[in-house]
Design a protein around this ligand. Structure first.
Ligand code: PMP
Length: 299
């Protein structure tokens, strides 16, 4: 792992190696906790965090769904993220805030367990690599929205993601694609899905998927570029038949999809629209496009 020097824990900076929790921490046993994945990039004005406030808002929305009384405000968490980057003196990397139920209570009801917070940062390269990825439809379906708050980034949801991801990798693919309970395309284990057909961008509707911040950004960017965008129910056959397809996510950024279930997508990967949106997204996160500078939180 790419260690850095300090982790922010419950308001204090702790040495990376000493940032520990008790083995009876409630979240460790039952998975009710919330986390975020955020990236910061180098720009000509120094490091900048991409859409920090949106990520921290999603974290707090998830905490609310989890009946968690967070002992910090969103502003305090935003500041703590920026402080953690400054303290570790790194210019580009990944940020992992987590809110979890700690020690103090066993049994399902977390009332009585402490609510703890931590923020770690570390350098992290591209998540799925630079090449277009080979994708396999998962035998696991995306968590049912009536079983949980599917739009929140809850720790326990990632069991579903990890099973799908490990299954795809075991079969020789780079990533999985999960269908929803109705058989429509949902998302990747840690990414939202986009396809392009006849110049139009299509992405699964919200409801059964995580409301990705990169997804939201790409919808806005594409719209501003005059590309038609539609949030729709997407069948697997639509993906097989697409001209282009890509995943979006904080970690994955914009990652072109080369094939799904060994069916080649389009004539080339990445295709022209994917390429254009990927380049624009990377320019935006690096502070090169004035119009989107309000998405950046400079250190
Ligand atoms: N779907 C899932 C299941 C995810 O874990 C992520 C990563 N947070 C995404 C989509 C993409 O979300 P974002 O663009 O906010 O990182």
């Amino acid at each position: 792992m790419n260690e850095t020097k300090y982790i922010w824990m419950d308001g204090k900076f702790i040495d990376w190696d000493k940032a520990k929790v008790h083995v009876l921490a409630h979240t460790l046993h039952y998975g009710l906790g919330v986390f975020e994945g955020i990236r910061f990039y180098e720009t000509s004005k120094g490091p900048a965090v991409f859409r920090l406030k949106d990520h921290i808002k999603r974290l707090f929305d998830g905490a609310k769904c989890s009946f968690m009384k967070v002992p910090y405000t969103q502003d305090k968490m935003n500041d703590a993220v920026l402080e953690t980057i400054r303290k570790n003196k790194i210019k580009v990397g990944y940020i992992r805030p987590i809110l979890f139920y700690g020690y103090g209570k066993m049994g399902l009801d977390p009332t009585g367990a402490s609510v703890n917070a931590a923020i770690a940062v570390w350098p992290w390269d591209s998540y799925l690599g630079e090449e277009a990825v080979k994708v396999k439809t998962s035998s696991f379906i995306r968590i049912h929205p009536k079983s949980t708050h599917a739009s929140c980034k809850i720790c326990g949801h990632y069991v579903n993601s990890i099973f799908a991801s490990l299954e795809a990798k075991e079969k020789g693919y780079n990533e999985a694609l999960l269908l929803d309970h109705e058989g429509y395309c949902a998302e990747g284990p840690g990414e939202n899905l986009f396809i392009i057909k006849d110049g139009k961008l299509l992405t699964p509707k919200l409801g059964n998927i995580l409301s990705g911040i990169t997804r939201k950004s790409i919808i806005e960017i594409a719209g501003n570029e005059g590309i038609k965008v539609e949030e729709a129910k997407i069948k697997l056959e639509d993906v097989y038949d697409a001209d282009e397809a890509f995943f979006t996510g904080t970690a994955a950024e914009v990652t072109s999809i080369a094939s799904v279930d060994n069916k080649k997508i389009g004539k080339q990967s990445p295709g022209p629209i994917t390429k254009k949106l990927k380049e624009l997204y990377l320019d935006i996160v690096h502070g090169k496009v004035k119009k989107y500078e309000h998405w950046l939180e400079y250190l």
